[in-house]
Design a protein around this ligand. Structure first.
Ligand code: PGA
Ligand code: ZN
Length: 427
């Protein structure tokens, strides 16, 4: 028996940032080490992601997770007890095999991802190091550049505006701490400008201000004004980043902009977005076209991929095979990596590696339904990811992650640095 042998797998129901049930897993190792992790949950999900197992009955609008917890406490506990937590790949392979479905629907992506991440934490605890250090080794020193939401729209704000995330990236910041300082200033400035316009109506699901705008462009104008009001230079110091989440308002190459009561085909949406690239200091655009509009994604990447990061989220769903295909087809030039879209850490890592080896960008990302779990920050630093997306600069399920980055930066000390400027060569 080794210290890293799994002695017990325990699932419990806890609650996420939307007040919905979610799965927490604790892994106890023979040597006494404990690992714990919590499954997040998306609202604007890609159709190809791992499926969360929800009860679908009258409890909590169908969102209860009793079946997923039963999977953890019965089948997964039996399968993993006695296994070695030190071998993440073997653990994840066992989970995949035990589930047996292509989309993790039998045991639940929520049950699997919480287990997979809890095993990683347990193995790190047994080694006596934080997870980022276990994954990245002694040389890990790169903090991810934060991508932080200022206005939340789309599915996270009752579709009040079409675009889902209006975000900032502090491209000119000297270090992680300064990136957060600058973002805090922009967030506060945006709130003051919204209040002055009589448009401050609370926040959306990820903590960004509720988007009381008449057009998507009005939100973009407000972003630029907020950066300036914070005393920062739009583009040079703080740039704009968008998640269009186009699958939420279009399919089959037809898009309906609710806000402007306008229907667009794929080319029309592409043209509208490239027009924004001409007029605003935008460095990154996620899901510019729908997940089923591969031709549109290829066309947009051809038109704009040399001056902006084009991220696939719903289209790639943290799947290494899909990323490889997209690389070959020149559809997008970056991937969003959400561990729960894949279902296990090993699969999420494969999607990350496939992208970065090809010179693609890779953004480690939280979900709109989150908790105090900070695993993704450790993954970002441990894997050497250049970017991290967590939502806004408010509400503790978001701030827990940004704050964890500060602690990690402090632990790394003087060697801690942001990625090289070539992340956004067009910035
Ligand atoms: P979700 O949205 O977590 O609600 O799926 C996040 C995103 O689209 O990036
Ligand atoms: Zn997205």
């Amino acid at each position: 028996m080794t210290d890293t042998e799994i002695r017990d797998v325990r699932g419990r129901r806890i609650w996420d940032s939307r007040g919905r049930p979610t799965v927490e897993v604790e892994i106890q190792l023979a040597g006494g080490a404990l690992g714990r992790a919590i499954a997040p949950a998306g609202a604007s999900t890609g159709s190809g992601e791992a499926v969360d197992l929800r009860d679908g009955d009258e409890m909590f609008g169908g969102y209860d997770v009793r079946r997923a917890l039963r999977a953890v406490n019965d089948e997964i506990d039996q399968a993993l007890t006695g296994a070695d937590a030190d071998d993440q790949a073997a653990i994840d392979a066992a989970l995949i095999q035990l589930d047996g479905t292509p989309n993790k629907s039998r045991l639940g992506g929520n049950a699997l991802v919480a287990t997979s991440m809890a095993v990683a934490h347990a193995a790190a605890a047994a080694e006596g190091v934080p997870l980022w250090r276990r994954l990245g080794g002694i040389s890990a020193h790169t903090l991810p550049l934060p991508e932080i939401q200022i206005f939340g729209g789309g599915a996270h704000a009752g579709r009040r505006v079409d675009v889902q995330d209006f975000m900032v990236i502090a491209v000119g910041a000297a270090d992680y701490e300064e990136a957060l300082d600058w973002t805090a200033r922009v967030y506060i400035a945006a709130g003051k400008l919204m209040a002055a316009a009589g448009a401050l109506q609370g926040v959306a699901d990820e903590g960004g201000y509720w988007p009381v705008f008449d057009t998507n462009e009005a939100a973009l104008d407000m972003m630029v004004r907020a950066i300036e009001a914070a005393g920062l230079v739009p583009g040079d110091q703080v740039a704009i980043s968008l998640d269009i989440a186009a699958s939420e308002f279009g399919s089959g190459g037809r898009y309906r902009l609710g806000l402007e009561e306008r229907a667009l085909d794929s080319d029309g949406l592409s043209e509208m977005l490239t027009g924004w690239l001409d007029r605003y200091p935008i460095v990154s655009v996620e899901d510019p076209l729908g997940e089923d509009d591969e031709a549109g994604l290829i066309a947009f990447t051809a038109a704009a991929g040399d001056r902006v990061q084009v991220i696939g989220d719903d289209y790639l769903v943290t799947n290494a095979d899909r990323v490889q295909t997209a690389i070959e087809k020149h559809a997008c030039n970056a991937v969003l990596v959400k561990p729960n879209q894949a279902g296990t850490l090993t699969e999420a890592r494969a999607a990350f590696d496939t992208a970065t080896v090809a010179g693609w960008g890779a953004v480690i990302s939280a979900r709109s339904g989150e908790t105090e779990d900070v695993t993704i920050v450790h993954l970002a630093v441990g894997w050497g990811a250049y970017q991290l997306k967590v939502g806004s600069f408010a509400r503790s399920e978001r701030m827990a992650k940004w704050n964890e980055g500060l602690r990690i930066a402090e632990a790394i000390g003087a060697k801690a640095s942001l990625p090289p400027p070539r992340v956004f060569p067009w910035g």
